[in-house]
Design a protein around this ligand. Sequence first.
Ligand code: M6R
Length: 622
Amino acid sequence: MCGIVGYTGTQQAAPVLLDGLARLEYRGYDSAGLAVRNGSDLAEVVKSTGKLRGLIEKTDGGRSLAGTCGIGHTRWATHGEPSQTNAHPHVSGNCSGSGSGLVESEVTGVHNGIIENYLELKEKLSRHGYQFYSDTDTEVVVKLIDYYYKKYKIGPVDAINRTLVRIRGTYALALMFRDYPGEIYAARKDAPMIIGIDGSESYLASDVPAILNYTRTVYYIGNLQIAQLRPGEVHFFDLNGDEIQLESTQITWDAKSAEKNGFEHFMIKEIYEQPAAVRDTLTSLVTEGRITLEAAGLSDEVLRGISSVRIAACGSAWHVGMAAQYILEDLAEIPVRVELASEYRYRKVLHVDGELLVVISQSGETADSLAALRKAKDLGIRTLAIVNVVGSTIAREADHVLYTHAGPEIAVATTKAFSAQLAAIYCFAVQAAYVRGLIDSDQYDGYLRELASIPDKIERILEEKERIQWFAAKYANARDIFFIGRGLDYAISLEGSLKLKEISYVHSEAYAAGELKHGTISLIEDNLLVIGVLTQKDLFEKTISNMAECKARGAFLMALTSYGNYSVEDSANFTVYVPKTDPHFMASLAVVPLQLFGYYSGVARGLDVDKPRNLAKSVTVE
Ligand code: M6R
């Protein structure tokens, strides 16, 4: 959602801030702003609506804003329409207009997240003479800090602390105080924020790619902790105002992995990075021919003690959960229930002894997934997180963590993280099946050989991308497209449909193939494209029959199956083949043509596929 960057050091701040904001563009936003201060002068605020290039032009690439300390923000509107006035930074001074320019103000701040009780606080502040120029909850927080700061004549840390105990919601805040030149203060609760240090420079960001070019040494600030940044130095404080020590971490991601490297879009680059993402994830979990989950605390004993698995996740990660359900139940004979995290978090949950709650998340910051995790923990349920971003909140709070090794994923539509999540699930399922005595060592070795072959097979699929590109262009202006499949093929269909919808804005639905005739088949009409996914031998004939029912009503059929299933051409009008692998692992191969189909449909329609409208990369609000 929104993006935050901060910098204090020896260089001019504005170009560093703009560069950081550009690297967070993928998160989705509708306006942007900077506040930069020079020595003891007031902070100068510049804001603009629309794309970042507006802000870049307004500040002459940052050159018109002098100063070595500043904060920047890209806003994804929650409270108040996208406008210059509502754009961040916000100031505590009573001013008219949009709060831009050199404003008389003690506190200047930016914020990610939502302050739930902002209306009540706004009323309180109004009674104390504060006036508001924007509709945002952020302006209220900035003014509340100002209120405590002046009322109790206390320092920034204490003023922020008093504010943190009054506000409810999720937030990451970056603030500058007029009386403290060269300093930035940060605090967070359930929204990501990292601090980076390099020599005499200090950085702050809501996401790693923003500062990857400047430093790899980062601190993960905890919930309700405060950071005070000075050039090249950072101090941390708890809610009592006492200084605390945090350990720094080295980021292993390569700065190049957050660049397009000659590809037209991040999405296609990331589709091409899938063999590496799967290989790296498998390598991290397999040592000398054995799956090793002990490092995550998942000993054989723990795996044997699992009575049931419940998976909570959102979007594509939920689709991984849907696939995991079929794989885990079949291989490891563990009952699995898959839930949307947004549903799980608000209902009465009945659980049994030995249940394991698995949260799957690329970002590790998705608000609903985090809430599901916390709910399970409150209920005393053991939790496992499958997460890509090291140090993210979900990773830090779960009892066990399996990291995926997809590297930074920039495109809003997930591809390589999805594939890496599947790889982690396979390892978990095969190991659980083995230690529970359901497969012998020959079968175990066979599964490992199959897993090791997946990256090369994905590469082979990518070599044939032109055919899918051509087909996607042909259907780019379709009004509706249906994806159908049974079992694991249904899970693959769900992901194919979501990829198409989010990138190309073509309406599509994924249906369990046997369910069509219970209503949806009434939508089938002449030339409507139905994509049948047929990777599961036992279900092949059944799905073919459902496809034939659609064809009889005028549908055009595309089939997605593995080499060897050539009889499919008797029914389908267009067929895409992928290499064979063990049926449990077919999602890793079948999803690739569907990702390409979604991507090329969006490209053919001339859309900004990396930043689809209304979407954000990580959804940190409800
Ligand atoms: O970061 P997470 O994996 O928790 O994100 C979950 C969903 O928001 C995410 O998968 C979303 O559906 C993607 N846009 C799908 O491409």
